[in-house]
Write a protein that binds this ligand. Structure first.
Ligand SMILES: [Fe+2]
Length: 470
């Protein structure tokens, strides 16, 4: 039999339309319009310099750093923590962060931030049932809302003070942070871009974020967020973990590769601001409280840095999905992109999951999730596409939550189709609706899940319920 003719493949450049990043047929590790350079890897020691030769050779803290720079250290663990848990960074900068004009409290802002989800906090309530939100409202045109003002807590559990907590936020912005930086001392932010491009500047460099990409900013690293060129609004989600760090999950019998591959995580290279002499405000979040630091110089003045703590980004369209090839619905843990361990070895603090375009293959199997009462609390959001088709909370920019042990499962039309179709052939699923974030806030049923934001609670919250049982 003659070999079939070579089939030409056409590159797809719109990442919201691809089945996988490789459909772009590019060798570039970033999307075409990403303006920045990155270093690839996960958990490495990285080093980067704007001016070659700035990093001291053979030592960290020379008597005279080159160019009259200051050495500044930032640690994330006890000095004596074991190597695998010992995180720090050395920065070589024009002025140390300690050069400022003091802290000021009671700053005015329009955000609604809550980090304490203990039952003694009267500002939060426990959500015992399912909940859902239509797309979170974007700021009105006549009001300028930057990231500081546009950040809202949706829920969470624990407390950063206990070094065990997670907070879930949404942000809706229509303005750049103007000589204003954000410093979060409570936990590591995992930022998920949903709408609009984000041009993020951090002390270690510039990650550019587009819908379907995520960015982790370690606590205490200062950053500022601007809208990408041509974008007037942006919306996204943030999962913040306290007392933990986002890690790649173990792969067990899967072997050494698959799911999120380490080389697809991209760290920014060193970058220095053009104008270092301007006045800046550093908005400082500690225990969910805002203070601000005034200073007469840019916080983004690093000429070089090295260490094993730095912001990084990841394109979820690169996720290498793995699933059952014979029978049954595989547990959703197989979609884990990053996990944040807790002190309980059997229960992570949080898992960040990807649910995107993939082949669905199984014989004699009800392929939808079976009805369940899981110990984990799930938050799901559609980043782009047409949603899950179940109801409005699955439209891009909305969200839904199922708290621990809330009974739930498949819904009417999908259920009927699945039972009647008796399909045994492979099929592509989630093609049109693309990527989902599923953040399991906590799989510990005794922890509180709380709703705190009046804006989100009143304007958009819907109660969902099981609408169908045959
Ligand atoms: Fe579920």
């Amino acid at each position: 039999m003659p070999a079939p003719p070579i089939k030409e493949r056409t590159p797809i450049k719109d990442l919201t339309k691809v089945f996988h990043y490789t459909d772009t047929m590019t060798r570039k590790p970033t999307r075409d319009d990403d303006p920045y350079e990155y270093m690839a890897g996960f958990g490495n020691h990285f080093q980067s310099e704007v001016i070659p030769g700035t990093l001291p050779a053979g030592q960290n803290n020379p008597q005279e750093p080159r160019f009259g720079l200051y050495t500044e250290g930032l640690t994330y663990s006890a000095f004596t923590a074991p190597r695998h848990a010992n995180f720090s960074i050395y920065m070589y900068r024009v002025r140390p962060a300690a050069a400022h004009n003091g802290y000021k409290s009671n700053i005015t802002h329009k955000s609604d931030v809550e980090n304490c989800f203990l039952s003694l906090n009267p500002k939060v309530t426990t959500l015992a049932e399912q909940g859902g939100w239509t797309p979170f409202p974007l700021p009105p045109d006549d009001e300028k809302i930057d990231f500081v003002d546009g950040l809202h807590t949706l829920g969470g559990s624990g407390d950063p003070n206990l070094r065990k907590g997670i907070t879930l936020y949404v942000f809706m912005i229509n303005a750049d942070m103007d000589r204003r930086a954000y410093c979060n001392t409570d936990g590591d932010f995992l930022i998920v871009a949903q709408l609009g491009n984000l041009d993020i500047q951090t002390e270690m460099g510039m990650p550019f974020l587009q819908p379907g990409e995520i960015c982790v900013i370690p606590r205490e690293v200062r950053f500022t967020i601007r809208l990408g060129l041509g974008h007037k609004v942006a919306r996204g989600y943030i999962a913040e973990v306290s007392g933990s760090r986002w890690e790649l999950p173990d792969l067990g019998p899967l072997g050494g590769h698959g799911l999120a591959n380490p080389r697809d995580f991209l760290h920014p290279v060193a970058h220095i601001d053009d104008d270092l002499q301007e006045d800046w405000e550093i908005v400082h979040k500690a225990n969910g409280q805002y203070n601000a630091i005034d200073q007469d110089h840019s916080p983004f003045d690093l000429v070089a840095w090295h260490g094993n703590v730095a912001p990084y980004k990841y394109d979820l369209t690169k996720f290498s999905s793995l699933k059952a090839t014979s029978i049954d619905h595989t547990d959703p843990s197989v979609n884990c992109v990053l996990t944040a361990p807790s002190r309980d070895p059997a229960t992570p603090l949080a898992d960040f999951l990807w649910l995107g375009p993939r082949w669905d293959v199984a014989s004699n199997t009800f392929r939808l999730p079976y009805f369940h009462r899981n110990s984990a609390t799930d938050f799901l959001a559609c980043l782009y596409g047409s949603g899950l088709g179940r109801s409005d909370e699955f439209l891009p920019g909305g969200g839904s939550v199922e708290t621990s042990h809330t009974p739930h499962g498949s819904f009417s039309e999908d259920y009927v189709y699945e039972i009647r179709s008796q399909v045994n052939e492979p099929r592509k699923i989630l093609e049109s609706l693309s990527l989902f974030l599923s953040s399991i806030l906590s799989s510990h049923p005794s922890l509180l899940i709380a709703m705190s934001s009046a804006l989100l609670d009143e304007a958009t919250r819907m109660k969902t319920s099981q609408r169908f049982l045959p």
